[in-house]
Design a protein around this ligand. Structure first.
Ligand code: HEC
Ligand code: HEC
Ligand code: HEC
Ligand code: HEC
Length: 295
């Protein structure tokens, strides 16, 4: 019996299989999505201290934030499936009156208001405009499990419960670059009021202090002005870029604002090696901070 030949066939097959596995693993790493993050609040959630109980609830993931129909049009976020908190409940960072803040701060709005619809700790995570299944109402009572929640609300006193006092959080709803852009305000040639930021203008700052290429960009899409800091060099807005959100300040209509979504992408585990915090740019070496601040 010629086992040698069979052996080499087996080896070859094993080789293919191993290559296939490697390919599958790397392909998975590239698309590694929301399923394994803390934002999978469904019965399939694994990485979270908070999810609906596996005996009840739903295995749908997106539904806790988005619905294809009947979404909330008062929220400046795509197809939002929750009520958003009123702005009046929040204490603004600006009331801290630090001596260094230059930019104008708006009331909580834009994507930040959507994040805070769970992270202010006042609204249950299964409070949806359109619950899964036919009709809009949720069937049955869902049980929540995990140490970081109480009755489906983020538990009081934990760090992920940002709360309504925003004085202890990085400013949001703040004009980008220390008082906005000078000049026409909305053009990419507008210069930062404060030069300590990644900048366009006549003397652009397009290198981060840790040596990465970063370009302040603007474009018009469907007649809307959009802004971002391009970090991957491909000139289009992407998940690895810093998103700046378009809002109207006294100092400039439709100008760039820093919001929760500037630093975080709620769908992807971070670019960080420890795979947490939904960062658009890694916290390693404070790269995330240096993507805007020139320090
Ligand atoms: C925990 C809340 C949350 C969950 C769960 C969630 N999203 Fe989102 N999603 C958001 C927020 C907030 C935005 C707006 C982000 C922004 O403006 O930068 C968004 C934006 C989007 C966008 C447009 C921008 C982009 O990043 O491409 C798409 C498409 C999207 N979500 C699809 C999905 C799908 C599909 C699922 C389920 C597999 C899902 N989302 C689950 C919060 C969520
Ligand atoms: C998306 C851009 C962006 C990123 C990323 C960013 N910041 Fe900021 N930061 C700003 C803007 C804009 C201001 C407001 C500056 C002003 O108006 O004076 C600011 C203000 C600050 C202030 C001063 C607040 C004051 O009262 O004067 C500190 C401190 C700060 N950021 C630290 C950080 C740290 C630490 C990180 C990383 C964890 C970080 N920032 C990431 C844009 C950013
Ligand atoms: C539907 C409710 C919901 C919404 C909306 C939501 N989150 Fe979360 N988020 C959670 C829960 C639950 C956790 C896990 C909390 C815990 O275990 O302490 C979490 C955790 C996080 C964490 C910590 C991740 C980690 O690895 O520790 C970050 C960062 C975060 N969310 C950012 C955001 C941002 C930014 C938005 C808006 C773009 C957002 N979230 C919208 C429910 C939500
Ligand atoms: C300027 C950048 C920036 C902005 C804006 C920002 N975050 Fe964060 N956030 C971070 C960084 C960096 C971390 C990681 C902190 C750490 O490593 O402890 C973080 C951590 C978190 C965490 C986890 C806290 C922990 O220590 O476990 C939550 C939840 C969170 N952010 C939610 C939000 C929400 C909601 C908003 C808007 C209201 C927001 N973030 C705005 C940079 C930002």
């Amino acid at each position: 019996m010629n086992t040698g030949k069979l052996g080499s066939k087996v080896l070859r097959w094993l080789g293919f299989a191993a290559a296939g596995l490697l390919f599958a693993a790397s392909a998975q790493a590239a698309v590694s999505g929301i399923t394994t993050t803390k934002h999978n609040l469904s019965t399939t959630g694994t990485g979270s201290g908070t999810r609906v109980n596996s005996n009840s609830g739903t295995d749908q993931i997106c539904v806790f934030c988005h619905t294809p129909h009947g979404s909330n049009t008062t929220a400046a976020v795509p197809l939002w499936n929750k009520t958003i908190p009123t702005t009046a409940v929040f204490t603004s960072y600006a009331t801290l009156q630090t001596s260094s803040l230059n930019g104008e701060m708006l009331a909580v709005g834009s994507v930040s208001q959507a994040c805070l619809s769970c992270h202010d700790g006042t609204q249950a995570m299964d409070n949806m405009m359109n619950a899964p299944g036919a009709g809009t109402a949720q069937t049955g009572t869902w049980n929540w499990t995990g140490a970081n929640q109480t009755g489906g609300l983020l538990k009081a006193g934990i760090i992920t419960n940002i709360g309504e006092d925003l004085r202890n959080d990085h400013p949001i709803g703040i004009q980008y670059c220390g008082g906005g852009l000078t000049g026409s305000g909305t053009t990419v040639s507008g210069t930062c009021a404060d030069g300590d930021f990644i900048n366009a203008g006549t003397v652009p700052i397009s290198t981060t202090s840790d040596g990465r290429t970063a370009t302040f960009k603007t474009a018009t899409i469907n007649n809307n002005k959009v802004f971002w800091i391009d970090l991957d060099g491909n000139s289009t807005r992407g998940k690895a870029d810093i998103n700046l959100y378009t809002r109207s300040f006294t100092g400039g209509a439709n100008t760039p604002s820093v919001e929760c979504g500037s630093c975080h992408d709620p769908h992807v585990a971070s670019k960080d090696q420890d795979n947490i915090m939904f960062m658009r740019v890694t916290t390693a070496g404070s790269k995330i901070c240096l993507s805007c601040h020139v320090k």
